[in-house]
Design a protein around this ligand. Structure first.
Ligand code: PLP
Length: 364
């Protein structure tokens, strides 16, 4: 099968919008070319619309989602700060590790993988944390955590939200909820290849940022000078020009559809997929009310066809039907499949194809 014929329904990159592919093929401009800088500014403006924020500091960090995570934490976590971290999956675990490497006193608030975090437990974990950090859409489990509820009770703490898998796919209101820093990735519900980390930081967080964060590259005080042109644009690093073209185009498609319309499309596809899997007799991992429409975790059934492990099912889906789905990670390895329905992939036709293919492979 030729590259490009896959339907990407894993937890990794989603298929990209055709307009994004076209943008990637554009002739490259210099990173200080006025035309590129105009496009970069428009990209930041589009990100404000998608994050639902007026934050001046809203930009694509050069790097994948993990660079967004590092940038968020390295700029506001001072050594010795108490950072409460919600851990109910791989990416909450990663936030705890990144905060610990900044010298934070990390207070972990855990929930079993597959269960949502308890917002009250996060708020009660410490009387005066500097930061409360949590993942909005936990890609390792398909669970949605209640960021809005945590923001409501945050007091003096800054809330840092990982929105890698939620941005553009489900409701997120950075200003409306009071999220202080949110970061994301391009490869999920934005329908753009991996490579940039959209990030937004509000005034409260900006006021508390470190003078000299441990990372020079991710020092948002320096990055902002280049990307937003604050105080006169100065060279900081060579922006990945073609990736900015791609993000600009992907956000254009999303905003033309309408942000709420995109949330609605993801919800409809996720519901159709989850109903179809259950009708096939399969069991979903995440509890109702906390399931992500864009990332569904389904338990691997015990009665797989003879000589067929769960990896074999994924291999056949890929080789016979060109559909990629993901396996479980961490404590869920071998126990679940993770099926994405994100960005350009979130189409009813893809869901129909996957359900039919899976039914055939499983003999159901
Ligand atoms: N956070 C979440 C919720 C993710 O799903 C991912 C990646 O899948 C990351 C962070 C890390 O992003 P990246 O792999 O782009 O560095």
């Amino acid at each position: 099968m030729a590259i490009g014929e896959r339907v990407l329904m894993g937890p990794g990159p989603s298929n990209v919008y055709p307009e994004v592919t076209a943008a990637l093929a554009r002739p490259v401009l210099g990173h200080l070319d006025p035309e590129f800088l105009f496009l970069l500014e428009e990209t930041c403006e589009r990100l404000r619309a998608v994050f639902r924020t007026a934050n001046r500091l809203t930009l694509p960090v050069s790097g994948t989602g993990s660079a967004g995570m590092e940038a968020a934490l390295v700029n506001v976590v001072h050594a010795g700060d108490v950072v409460v971290v919600g851990v109910n999956g791989l990416f909450g675990e990663r936030m705890a590790e990144v905060a610990a490497r900044q010298g934070a006193e990390v207070v972990r608030v855990e929930a079993p993988w597959g269960e949502p975090l308890d917002p009250e437990a996060l708020l009660r974990a410490h009387p005066s944390p500097a930061v409360i950090a949590l993942v909005h859409a936990e890609t390792s489990t398909g669970v949605r955590n209640d960021v809005a509820a945590v923001c409501l009770g945050k007091g003096e703490a800054l809330v840092v939200a990982d929105t890698v898998t939620s941005l553009g796919g489900v409701e997120l209101e950075v200003d409306g909820w009071g999220v202080d820093i949110a970061y994301s990735g391009t490869q999920k519900c934005l329908g753009v290849p991996p490579g940039l980390a959209p990030l937004t930081m509000g005034e409260r967080a900006w006021a508390r940022r470190l003078e000299r964060p441990a990372s020079w590259y991710l020092d948002l005080g320096l990055v902002a000078g280049y990307v937003t042109g604050a105080g006169g644009r100065t060279y900081h690093h060579t922006a990945p020009v073609s990736m900015v073209f791609a993000l600009h185009a992907g956000l254009g498609v999303l905003l033309q559809e309408g942000l709420e319309q995109s949330w609605h499309r993801h919800l409809g596809c996720g519901q159709m997929l989850q109903d179809g899997l259950q009708a096939m007799g399969l069991e979903l991992l995440a509890p109702e009310g906390h399931r992500l429409p864009q990332l569904t975790t389904v338990r691997v059934p015990e009665d797989l066809p003879p000589h067929s492990g769960e990896a074999e099912v994924r291999r056949v889906l890929l080789e016979r039907y060109g559909i990629e789905i993901g396996g479980g990670v961490g404590s869920l390895a071998g126990k679940v499949w993770r099926i994405g329905c994100m960005g350009h992939t979130a189409r009813r036709a893809n869901v129909t194809l996957l359900l039919a293919a899976l039914a055939e492979v499983l003999g159901r």
